[in-house]
Design a protein around this ligand. Structure first.
Ligand code: DGI
Ligand code: FE
Ligand code: FE
Length: 208
């Protein structure tokens, strides 16, 4: 039993009190995603919670961010562009070419406005889960990494290396994933968002 007047709310307490909240949110997310994306989402949430346990971050917040990270993914491109304009997001050249990139920024807006999440770090983890950003917090890195390594991901270059690194050193995992992503985008000839470069340079700066 928890003491009623215990000053600090622990994760476990939050999980207990918010169980129906998480259940309802899961059902709402299932509604807006296709089956494959929902399966990926649950897997990211679980993987993020495991990484949080490993790195002494809150498994609850990691799960919540994982559950919401792709909530805008299944909107049509036209809708993504419309919403981005409605919310006054500047659209850069990479986003213009590939409006899917907007799902991260839009996801953080929907998490706040539609799903009523007010935890700024959770919102930021959602916002930066596709491009990353320099000097990310533990929670932001956990979501970025969980998104790449979860078990349903199609085999990607360096996936096994990223999975091993993820549970040993978050910054090393960032470096591996960014290297793989930039290689992949380079081969595809896709336009690279300046922030993806900045993130790559930041996490590769110590590499000889
Ligand atoms: O939404 P998910 O598929 O789960 O994963 P995600 O949000 O990390 O998006 C992954 C895709 O985003 C992957 O194909 C790489 C791509 N991406 C990441 N940074 C950039 C990018 N695509 C372009 N065009 N430019 C970028 O800077
Ligand atoms: Fe995504
Ligand atoms: Fe994802």
């Amino acid at each position: 039993m928890y003491l009623k007047n215990e000053a600090k709310v622990t994760d476990e307490q939050q999980l207990h009190t918010d169980e129906s909240f998480l259940q309802n949110l899961t059902a709402e997310i299932e509604d807006v995603l296709d089956e494959r994306r929902f399966r990926h989402t649950l897997s990211v949430a679980h993987t993020a919670a495991c990484l949080a346990m490993r790195y002494e971050e809150s498994p609850y917040r990691a799960y919540l961010a994982g559950l919401l990270h792709d909530c805008a993914k299944c909107l049509k491109s036209k809708k993504k562009l419309e919403l981005a304009k409605e919310y006054g997001l500047g659209i850069n050249a990479a986003e213009e070419e590939n409006p899917d990139l907007l799902h991260a920024k839009l996801g953080s807006i929907l998490a706040k406005e539609k799903y009523k999440i007010d935890d700024e770090e959770v919102l930021s983890a959602i916002r930066y889960h596709t491009t990353g950003k320099p000097d990310m917090t533990k929670l932001e890195k956990i979501i970025y990494i969980a998104d790449y390594i979860e078990i349903h991901r199609k085999p990607l270059p360096l996936l096994e290396k990223a999975r091993r690194a993820a549970f040993a050193d978050l910054d090393e995992a960032m470096q591996v994933i960014l290297e793989s992503t930039l290689n992949f985008l380079g081969k595809k000839g896709a336009m690279i968002d300046p922030i993806t470069y900045e993130t790559y340079n930041y996490y590769n700066k110590d590499k000889s």
